[in-house]
Each structure stands twice: as C-alpha cells, then as structure tokens.
Ligand binder design. Structure first.
Ligand SMILES: Cc1ncc(COP(=O)(O)O)c(C=O)c1O
Length: 455
C-alpha cells in the first residue's frame, strides 16, 4: 500500500477494527465454509468482515468479543422500541406457552389488523405475510388485479425488497429500466417503468405514453435505502392526482417510514394512498410484512370473492409475530413518536455541527427519527444526486462506519442512523461526540483522497 496520509489513516482504522474483533474474524472464517461470504443477508456484510453481534438490550448491542455499541441501526430501522423489551418478551412468553402458529385463524390477527387500521386513515383491511418483500409483491399483484393492467411505475433508487419486480434500478447507478441483480429475468422490464424521485413531470410523461398499461405508482414517501431523501413539496399530492387521472393505484411503501408518525409519513403529508405496504416494526422484532388499504381493493383477497387472489404463506399472521407486534405498536404512542423524532432532529443537527467543526463538507438528510449522513454539500433530490456524492467520497462511508464501530457506535455502512425509544439525549450526544472525533481521525484521508470535500 502506498504511504500517503490517506492510506495510513485507512490502515490504522482497519488495524484497530481487527484488534477489537478477533472473535468476529474467526467466526467469519468458520461461517464462510457454509454461508457464502459468511453471512446470509447482503446488507449486513461489510469488509474486512462483519461484526458478529451476540446480544442486544434496549439501545445497546454487545458483540462476540464483548465490545458494547450504541445501536443506531435497530436492525435497519425495525426495533423502534429497542432490543429485548420486557413487555414484548412477556407477551411472547405467554404466546409460546400456547404454541407459535396453529395453522388456523386467530384472534391476535384481527386485533393487530384493527390496530393498524386505526392508525392509517385509508386502511380498511389488511393481509399479513412474512416480509416487506412479500408485502410489495402482493400489493403490486392486487393493483394489477384491480385495474386489469400489468405495469407499475417505480422510482430510481426505490427499494421495495428483493422480488423480481422490485429489483429494477435500486442501488446501482444504471440507466432507467435496468435490472439491479443478476438472475432477475429481463422480462420484468416490460412491466416496470422507472422515474427519478421528486420528478412529477417524468411520471406525467410516463403516464401519457403508457397510461393504458399502468396499474400503480409504487413509491416510498421518503426514498429510503439510497439515502433518506424526503419528498419535495407537492410531490406526493401530485402522484395522487396523476394516479387518479390515469385510473392507476397509488401504493405507499411505508416499511421504513411508518415510524415517522403514529400512521406513517402519509399521515404527516396528508396524502392517502390506495394501498400501503408495511413490515419491520409491526412484527415487534419478528419476521413480518403486511399490505392493506381500501376495502374494495383488499376484498379481492376474500376467499369468497368470485375472482379471488391467491395469497398463502405458512407463517402469515403467526401468533408470535402478531402478539409481539401489537405490544410493540401499543408502546409506540404519539408521545414516543414525538420524542424520538425530536432526538432525530438533535442527531442531525449534531452531525452537521461536527461537519462544520471538522472543515469537511457533509450534510444530513432524513425526517424525524431517521437520519442519513452524506458527504458533500450539493442538494440531494433524487437517487442520482445521492449516488454521485457517495461515489465521489470513495472509501469515506466505509471508513467512517468502521471508525464509529471502533468507538462503540453501530450505524449502517451506508450512513443510515435511526433513533429508538430507549434512547435519550445522552446517547444522541454521545453519538455526536464520537462522530466529531471520527471526522478528526478521517481528516487526513479527506485531505489526500477527497480534497474537494475540504471547505
Ligand atoms: C421500503 C422498504 N420496502 C420493502 C423492504 C423489504 O422488506 P424485507 O426486508 O422485510 O423483505 C424494505 C427493507 O428494508 C424497505 O426498506
């Protein structure tokens, strides 16, 4: 390796990571024999090897080497009320005594559904599945069945899970209408149109060219995986009007954004979709997905409907997930939503101050309890803007992630942070102070490898 200041910084960060995580490294070597890469989820893998976590309690995690972390990731935004919550555990314990899944309808399913419908103004009925991936797959199918049309519009950078119709223009910087993962049939491209987020004109143009084929616009109200990009003013309303004008459905994927109010970002923005897809938090820490919306659409899933839609899943609405999820949601009330949204604002501000203090150009995006770090100060309105900043930043996101790990802060390698209810200002301020120190460590790297980021 060449001996520039940047290379030395990178090597020192990696060296500290290796020193602290010897057992993780050994586990990874062993795991690689049976799990490709030693992992079983693309997103949790990072170089040189991922940290193997042993346990979580509240907002803290402990790895297999005994290092403790403030968990600013919450299993990618899932565990809003933190790990091993005692009330959720108690509900699960009681359910375990009665069996986990009984192969039959159960009271806990309609209690959970009642709770969800009380939170989302346009949600009359719900169906459950086991992941957000399935939720968006079934919602797209419902839209096709209801409208009698086949195609969908999705946004460049929109992540809706890993089924074939969702794997189009997600993370990679590719021309619109490109498959994101090898193995996805190119045939799906006939039925997926891709437009940039926050670009109403592009959606209008797509409708005017292909409106007779378009069943739904599927969109996260805030673009998530590509960098927490909020909707610009009027965008979601505009999508609502365009969908209505062209007899298409509007589907909001609120798998991540549900947490931003008691009824998702749609409740804050005052735009009601026809269908909403959910996952993550609503299972209280257990696998889950759900999709719901207008009665006239959802009733197509009624087994008594003459033209019913197929929807099965051995673990759909399983009793453990349902009781855990309902307990977790009941604990996440308006007061807690407001409190962690304020903590999120504090974290965003703290990170921005840290960037200013360091003389490195950076910014944060996100809303409420969701916080994203970006390198550079250019405005970010869509996936392309976000990719271009992270591409230019070279190894900085990865090194920041490792350095934060070295100092006991667990975030996503891509810079996603989120708040959980066990947190207080104390944890947020600790994260800010570690972030400030991490930028100091990284400054020599920035100076040699990305000098355009020095202000
Ligand atoms: C917005 C969005 N939709 C769908 C999904 C897929 O959910 P799952 O990982 O449960 O399949 C995710 C996962 O992160 C997501 O962020």
């Amino acid at each position: 390796m060449c001996n520039t200041g940047g290379a030395r910084v990178a090597e020192a960060i990696l060296e500290r990571y290796r020193e602290r995580t010897a057992k993780s490294r050994a586990f990874n070597e062993e795991a690689k024999q049976r799990l490709p890469g030693g992992d079983t989820r693309s997103i949790t893998f990072f170089q040189p090897y991922p940290t193997y976590m042993d346990r979580g309690f509240g907002c803290r995690l402990t790895d297999v080497d005994g290092n403790e972390y403030i968990d600013l990731l919450n299993n990618y935004t899932t565990l809003i009320i933190g790990h091993a919550n005692q009330k959720v555990n108690e509900a699960v314990r009681q359910q375990l005594e009665k069996g986990t899944v009984l192969g039959a309808s159960a009271e806990c399913q309609f209690r959970h559904a009642e709770h969800l419908c009380s939170r989302f103004p346009g949600m009359d009925m719900v169906r459950y599945c086991n992941s957000g991936t399935e939720a968006t797959m079934f919602a797209m199918r419902a839209a096709r069945a209801f409208t009698g049309k086949d195609a969908i519009i999705k946004m460049d950078g929109g992540y809706h899970g890993t089924h074939d119709y969702a794997e189009v223009n997600v993370l990679k910087d590719l021309p619109p209408g490109s498959i994101d993962s090898p193995g996805v049939p190119t045939a799906v491209l006939q039925d997926v149109y891709v437009t940039p987020f926050n670009d109403l004109q592009a959606v209008a143009d797509t409708f005017s060219r292909h409106g007779e084929r378009i069943a739904a616009v599927v969109v996260e109200p805030m673009l998530g995986a590509i960098g927490l990009i909020p909707p610009s003013e009027g965008y979601l309303e505009g999508l609502r009007s365009l969908a209505d004008e062209h007899d298409a459905l509007l589907v909001f994927d609120e798998v991540i954004t549900f947490r931003l109010s008691i009824g998702g970002l749609q409740r804050v923005e005052g735009v009601t979709p026809d269908l909403t897809t959910l996952g993550k938090f609503i299972g209280g820490g257990f696998p889950v997905g759900a999709f719901g919306g207008k009665r006239e659409i959802m009733s197509r899933y009624d087994p008594g409907h003459p033209n019913r839609l197929s929807h099965s899943g051995t673990f759909n609405g399983n009793n453990v997930t349902m009781v855990a999820g309902l307990t977790a949601m009941e604990l996440y009330d308006q007061q807690e939503v407001d409190r962690i949204n304020r903590l999120g604002a504090r974290l965003r501000e703290g990170y921005c101050q840290a960037f200013k203090k360091s003389g490195i150009k950076g910014q944060t995006t996100g809303i409420g309890s969701l916080v994203q770090v970006h390198w550079g100060e250019e405005e970010i309105k869509n996936a392309r803007d976000s990719r271009s900043l992270s591409g230019a930043a070279r190894d900085l996101p990865r090194l920041l992630h490792l350095e934060l790990l070295n100092q006991g802060i667990f975030i996503a390698p891509r810079g996603l942070n989120c708040i959980s209810t066990p947190m207080t200002e104390k944890e947020v301020d600790q994260a800010t102070s570690v972030f400030t120190q991490a930028l100091e460590v990284l400054k020599p790297y920035v100076e040699t490898e990305a000098p355009f980021l020095i202000s």
